[in-house]
Design a protein around this ligand. Structure first.
Ligand code: PRP
Ligand code: MN
Ligand code: MG
Length: 181
């Protein structure tokens, strides 16, 4: 079919559920970061949707910057290989940094990123991830703000891709088997 929504076999979280959860997390973040400047660091490409929606759910000032870092090739398995494709434009020293991710899967991307950002002397580093797969975790990473926990299945939508596609689905779901073959 030409409608990409019809390539999903199941919708796990709708756009409305995602936005409702983001509103709750935004309230937590506002309380936790009260009186402090906040720099949101989005991890390209997957975090574009959650960055756009989380930042607009905040009723306070924030700055945004971006890193491009990739641990996956074009397939569905984590390679464990992490590369910085684009670095931040912002000096992190003394900044309160909140890393914004679409998903924590094995945790390898985030483990590398946190270690890298810590070396730049920020005042604090926190992590927000819209989704997490607890069963897939291979590297211990502390994620303070979690949207939803997922089963260990390959999912797409809301910024998550399969071979670069399906990021622009508003919902999060599993791909139908016919898509892979
Ligand atoms: C995906 C996702 C996370 C990372 C999580 O990014 O957006 O950044 O994998 O996987 P991990 O916990 O196993 O490291 P990807 O590397 O596919 O790049 P993309 O955001 O450009 O899709
Ligand atoms: Mn990513
Ligand atoms: Mg990807």
């Amino acid at each position: 079919a030409s409608d990409i929504q019809s390539d999903l076999s199941d919708v796990l979280y709708t756009a409305d559920q995602i936005q409702n959860r983001l509103n709750e997390l935004a309230a937590e973040i506002e309380a936790d970061y009260a009186g402090r400047d906040l720099l949101l660091v989005g991890v390209l490409n997957g975090a574009i949707m959650v960055m756009a929606d989380l930042s607009r759910s905040l009723k306070r000032h924030c700055e945004m910057d971006w890193m491009a870092i990739s641990s996956y090739g074009s397939g569905t398995q984590s390679s464990g290989v992490v590369r910085i494709l684009k670095d931040l434009n912002t000096d992190l020293s003394g900044r309160h940094v909140l890393v914004v991710e679409d998903i924590v899967d094995t945790g390898l991307t985030l483990a590398y990123l946190i270690q890298n950002l810590k070396s730049r002397n920020p005042a604090s580093i926190g992590v927000m991830a819209m989704f997490r797969k607890p069963e897939a975790l291979r590297s211990p990473v502390e994620v303070k703000y979690i949207g939803y926990d997922l089963p260990n299945e390959f999912v797409v939508g809301y910024g998550l891709d399969y071979a670069g596609r399906y990021r622009n689905l508003r919902d999060l779901g599993t791909l139908a088997p016919h898509v892979y073959s």
